[in-house]
Design a protein around this ligand. Structure first.
Ligand SMILES: [Cu+2]
Length: 290
């Protein structure tokens, strides 16, 4: 981490700038950590979007299909090993074809794949077709940190991993080392967030497992992902495309807050709120009358 900062004077300058944004971050309400890996966890993280619930459902469905197939194939292997070795069966059969079995082992796997496709294709469709965006954010992966741009409001900041000794200053516990960052991508709860994901040097990948989203950021291209987070809280992810020596040290922090807190946060970032959609307008008027 220190190494990566030392590498790029630009990056270092960005960190200094974002230190102020992080201080402003503290004005957000205390949020529970909802999207993080657990030390004893063996399953997917608890889903907090409709997309993530669909992913978890698919995972369970595949498990119900894979486990019987694995047991069946293992039993066949054991059966062959015991009853069809050279000692047990010195005189082997000489036939080479069995049409009914060959048809069966072609048709049955094809039907299984078709059945799986019935669920995976709708899931892919839900993920890949963007809804109308309530918030649009451009995310750029860089060696080795993230850049965020709230394209409608002129807000821009970088996101660096926190050192162990910095965690407490930013309100994080020690076990969030390698996950917590100096700034957070702040978004409103229950709104469609569309991310435009790209990269500035090599391929990176932006993900939040609890949202069920992951998208490669490719230099020169703008890919999209979307999510609608259902609960206020803090969610973590990590760069998911091997991108160089500090690949493991460019985590992602998303804070999901109420609409009012989101707009107050935007204002603290010096956001341009001249042209905002109706749902934001209401909050700004409420704030003005208070
Ligand atoms: Cu990366």
């Amino acid at each position: 981490m220190r190494f990566s900062k030392a590498l790029s004077p630009l990056a270092a300058a960005a960190t200094v700038l974002t230190a102020f944004a992080a201080a402003a971050d503290d004005q957000l309400p205390q949020l529970p950590v909802l999207g993080a890996p657990r030390p004893d966890g063996i399953a997917l993280q608890t889903p907090f979007t409709a997309l993530a619930r669909e992913v978890v459902f698919l995972d369970n469905l595949l498990l119900w299909i894979i486990v019987p197939i694995t047991i069946f194939v293992t039993a066949l292997l054991i059966w062959v090993i015991i009853f069809h070795n050279r000692r047990a069966n010195p005189e082997p059969a000489r036939f080479t074809h069995n049409t009914p079995i060959e048809v069966a082992w072609t048709v049955v796997p094809a039907l299984i794949l078709l059945f799986i496709a019935l669920f995976t294709f709708p899931a892919l469709r839900h993920q890949q077709i963007m809804p109308e965006a309530d918030v649009t954010i451009k995310v750029t992966g860089l060696q080795w940190y993230w850049d965020y741009e709230y394209v409608d409001h002129g807000v821009q900041f970088s996101q660096f991993m926190l050192e162990r000794e910095e965690l407490a200053d930013y309100g994080y516990t020690d076990d969030l080392y390698l996950l917590a960052t100096d700034t957070a991508m702040v978004v409103p709860v229950g709104r469609n967030i569309v991310l435009q994901v790209t990269a500035g040097d090599v391929i990176h990948s932006w993900t939040i497992p609890a949202f069920g989203v992951k998208q490669d950021g490719i230099p020169g291209r703008l890919a999209e992902l979307w999510f609608n987070a259902e609960e206020e809280g803090i969610y973590f992810g990590q760069c998911s495309e091997l991108c160089g020596i500090n690949h493991a040290y460019m985590p992602i922090t998303v804070k999901v807050v109420s609409e009012a807190d989101y707009i107050a946060w935007l204002e603290r970032q010096g956001a341009d709120l001249a042209n905002v959609p109706d749902w934001m307008e209401q909050h700004i008027q409420v704030a003005a009358t208070n």
